[in-house]
Design a protein around this ligand. Structure first.
Ligand SMILES: [Zn+2]
Length: 362
C-alpha cells in the first residue's frame, strides 16, 4: 500500500486501557504514538529481517520501566522478544502478539521515506505503520501503562514480538518449539480485525479467528530448447503461462460463489481461496529454454480442504481432499471432512456442505 496510517487496530488495544489511562500524565495512546515512529525507523525489512534491532528496542523500554523481559531465539540477527507482567494467578495468562518484521517497501512507490517514521497531517507514515508495528507499539504501550499504574491483574499479561512472520515464521516456530512455557496462555490477541466507527456511533468490532493457509507448489513445463527467431509449439514458457492463467480462472469461481450465509458459518466468500502466480522463471533471451517453472501460492481457507472433481450418480460427488479421493453422499461421514450435510448443484457449481462448514466446488 502506498500510504499507511496509525490505524484503529492499534486503537482497539488502546481502548482496553483508555479509561484508566486518562488518569496518568502520559496516556497509553501517547506512549504508542511515541513508540511507533521509533519502531518504523528500525529497519526490519524481511528479507533479511534483522528483527533483533526491534527486540533490543523493546528490551530497552522494558528495562527502563522495570518490566521483566528477554530476547529469545537461535539466530542472533533475528531474535524474538518476550515480556511478562505478573498477575495474581487467578486466571491463566493473556498473550499479546505482534511481529517485528515488515515486508520490503519500494521507495519509488512511496510519497515519503518508508523508514523515516514521519508524522504528517496527523498521521504516522512508514512501512509497518499498518502491519504490524502499530500493534506492537500499542501492545508495548499497554504493558508499560499497566505496569506504571500498578494495575492489579488476575492473570499474567505476556507480550511476544516474533521475527519472520512475513516469510517463514521462524520466530514463532522457534518459540513454540523451545520456549512454550514462556508464552503459554489461555488466549492470545494478534494482528488484524479492526474496530470500525459507524455513523450511528456504535462501533463495529471485527473478529478474525483464522487466516488463509498458504499452500505452495511448483509447476514445471518442459519443451525443446531453441532460438527465439524460430518459435516452437512446445515452448515451455508459453505452456506454463497458459497453465497459470487456467489456474487463476478456476480459483476465480470460488470467489464468486454465492453462499447462503446464515446457514453456513464458514464459507468461501469474497476473500476466499486465492492463487497468486509468483516466482516464474524460464526465459533466456534470445534462446527459448527447455524448462520453465512457476511457484504459485494458493491461499486456502482453513476450512477448504478439497475440491469437487465431478458429480456422480444418485446425487453424490467425487471429492479430492488432502486425505484422498472420496465419493460422498449426503449423510456420509468422511474422515477429515466430517458429516456430509448436503451435496447439491447451485448456480452452476457443485457444492458439498459438511458439518465443518466446508464448501467444495468447481
Ligand atoms: Zn502482519
Amino acid at each position: 500500500m502506498k500510504t499507511h496510517r496509525f490505524t484503529v487496530q492499534a486503537a482497539a488495544v488502546l481502548a482496553m486501557v483508555a479509561v484508566a489511562a486518562a488518569q496518568t500524565s502520559e496516556s497509553a495512546a501517547d506512549l504508542a504514538a511515541r513508540y511507533l515512529p521509533d519502531l518504523i525507523r528500525l529497519d526490519s525489512t524481511n528479507p533479511p529481517g534483522n528483527e533483533t534491532r526491534v527486540a533490543r528496542y523493546l528490551k530497552q523500554v522494558a528495562d527502563r520501566e522495570g518490566i521483566a523481559a528477554e530476547l529469545l531465539g537461535n539466530d542472533p540477527q533475528r531474535l524474538n522478544f518476550v515480556a511478562r507482567l505478573r498477575g495474581s494467578g487467578k486466571a491463566r495468562p493473556l498473550l499479546l502478539i505482534a511481529h517485528s518484521d515488515v515486508v520490503p517497501a519500494d521507495r519509488s512507490q512511496w510519497s515519503v521515506d518508508p523508514l523515516a517514521g514521519i508524522l504528517k497531517d496527523g498521521y504516522i507514515y512508514g512501512r509497518g505503520a499498518e502491519d504490524d508495528k502499530n500493534l506492537l507499539a500499542a501492545e508495548l504501550a499497554v504493558m508499560v501503562d499497566l505496569h506504571r499504574r500498578k494495575v492489579p491483574l488476575d492473570r499474567d499479561i505476556i507480550l511476544l514480538s516474533e521475527s519472520d512472520e512475513e516469510a517463514g515464521s521462524l520466530g514463532a516456530t522457534w518459540v513454540v518449539a523451545n520456549a512454550w512455557g514462556k508464552i503459554d496462555a489461555e488466549f492470545a490477541l494478534n494482528e488484524y480485525s479492526y474496530i470500525l466507527p459507524t455513523k450511528s456511533g456504535v462501533p463495529v468490532f471485527q473478529i478474525q479467528t483464522a487466516e488463509k493457509v498458504p499452500t505452495r507448489f511448483k509447476m514445471t513445463a518442459r519443451g525443446t530448447a531453441g532460438h527465439g527467431s524460430l518459435p516452437r509449439d512446445d515452448n515451455p514458457v508459453l505452456h506454463l503461462a497458459r497453465a497459470i492463467a487456467k489456474l487463476s480462472e478456476a480459483v476465480e469461481k470460488l470467489h464468486t460463489l454465492p453462499v447462503p450465509l446464515p446457514a453456513l458459518p464458514t464459507v468461501a466468500g469474497p476473500s476466499g481461496t486465492t492463487i497468486a502466480a509468483t516466482d516464474v522463471t524460464g526465459s533466456v533471451s534470445p534462446q527459448t529454454p527447455s524448462k520453465a517453472e512457476a511457484k504459485p501460492e494458493v491461499g486456502r481457507l482453513p476450512t477448504v480442504e478439497g475440491w469437487v472433481l465431478r458429480d456422480v450418480a444418485y446425487g453424490g460427488a467425487l471429492i479430492q481432499s488432502r486425505r484422498g479421493l472420496y465419493e460422498v453422499y449426503a449423510g456420509d461421514m468422511v474422515p477429515g471432512l466430517g458429516h456430509i450435510d448436503a451435496v447439491r448443484r447451485q448456480d452452476g457449481h457443485w457444492v458439498v456442505v459438511t458439518s465443518r462448514g466446508l464448501i467444495v466446488t468447481r
